[in-house]
Design a protein around this ligand. Structure first.
Ligand SMILES: Nc1ncnc2c1ncn2[C@@H]1O[C@H](COP(=O)(O)OP(=O)(O)OP(=O)(O)O)[C@@H](O)[C@H]1O
Length: 304
């Protein structure tokens, strides 16, 4: 019998999941899984729980929570050799990765995708040979927005929390000096932000990296050169429509390896949470984890 380990963050998604846990366990049992669960207790616990699940030989691990919980589970699985398949029940505020692979926010629909059993291999990012990400690594004042929004704000306000924080932060958004090595190219100068995306879904925008493929072995790298606030507002408006790539201030490349260093300080953001400071090197681990997805809805992916 296959064994499934559910790792869930009891605080994410307005704390709804716990109520649905009995029916999720029952669905898995009916589908032939011996299922058990672990409620996370705080930062880092989901990573440890995932490592323990691998050590105990679980066939699949199901991450339930927001992008932060997913990141922690991915970090746990990614550092192991016999990696179990990964299921996802999105319960967060933005759920960027789930959005990119078309996993719905409805718990019963998300669990049905796991039970159906179709998986695809996806790329995972590795920073400084130590920290993992499955969606995005980013830096620059703008990207610090995501971790200045508290968990409590998100529970109470949902996505509105980000808009409020965004408006509050506009006056303090300024350029930072960065040296970006993007495979063999170097971009040295002041930038508003840079990002290294594994999917096309970033911060709820689905057109930021329009041609990102989740398993081609490449990051989609984007950076915005220093500009004035009105120019910046214009680029954001273009980004919402997916038309930002024609703006001359945008650098847009595909790369397997990216390095960032700075003369000042840059806080880096990994999958929406603070992930350390530059200098940093990001490497793409091609097709590192198998993820349950609604295969018929996934396009632009090289299936294997
Ligand atoms: N029991 C807990 N109490 C408080 N914080 C927790 C607990 N378990 C996990 N966490 C922390 O909460 C962080 C954020 O959780 P998660 O991403 O699942 O939810 P979210 O913040 O609601 O969603 P999103 O990141 O999509 O906005 C995790 O990275 C983890 O460190």
């Amino acid at each position: 019998m296959n064994r499934a380990r559910i790792i869930y963050n009891p605080t994410s998604g307005r704390e709804l999941f716990k109520k649905h846990l009995p029916e999720v366990l029952e669905k898995l049992e009916i589908a032939g899984y011996e299922a058990s669960c672990h409620a996370t207790t705080g930062a880092g616990d989901a990573t440890q729980a995932a490592i323990t699940a691998v050590e105990r030989g679980y066939d699949i691990v199901i991450a339930v929570g927001g992008d932060g919980t997913l990141n922690e589970v991915v970090a746990g699985i990614s550092q192991c050799e016999n990696r179990p398949k990964l299921g996802l029940i999105p319960m967060g505020t933005t759920n960027d990765f789930a959005r990119a692979v078309h996993i719905p926010r409805k718990i019963d629909e998300a669990i049905d995708i796991i039970i159906k059993g179709d998986t695809i291999p996806v790329d995972v990012g590795l920073m400084n040979n130590e920290k993992y990400f499955i969606n995005i690594a980013a830096g620059g004042r703008l990207t610090e927005l995501t971790y200045e929004v508290t968990s409590k704000m998100k529970t109470i306000l949902g996505p509105v929390a980000y808009y409020i924080k965004g408006i509050e932060m506009i006056p303090s958004i300024k350029a930072t000096h960065m040296r970006l090595e993007v495979d063999d190219e170097v971009f040295d100068g002041n930038k508003m932000m840079f990002l290294c995306a594994l999917t096309n879904s970033v911060g709820g925008f689905e057109r930021i990296a329009p041609d990102a493929s989740i398993n081609d072995g490449y990051f989609t790298v984007m950076a915005l050169e220093e500009c004035t606030l009105p120019e910046f507002a214009r680029v954001i408006t273009l980004a919402a429509r997916g038309e930002h790539l024609k703006d001359p201030r945008i650098i847009y490349r595909k790369a397997k390896r990216v390095k960032v260093s700075t003369s000042g300080e840059i806080h880096l953001n990994l999958d929406g949470e603070y992930g350390g400071d530059a200098p940093a090197e990001f490497v793409n681990l091609m097709r590192h984890i198998e993820v349950f997805v609604p295969i018929d809805e996934i396009r632009d992916i090289d299936r294997v």
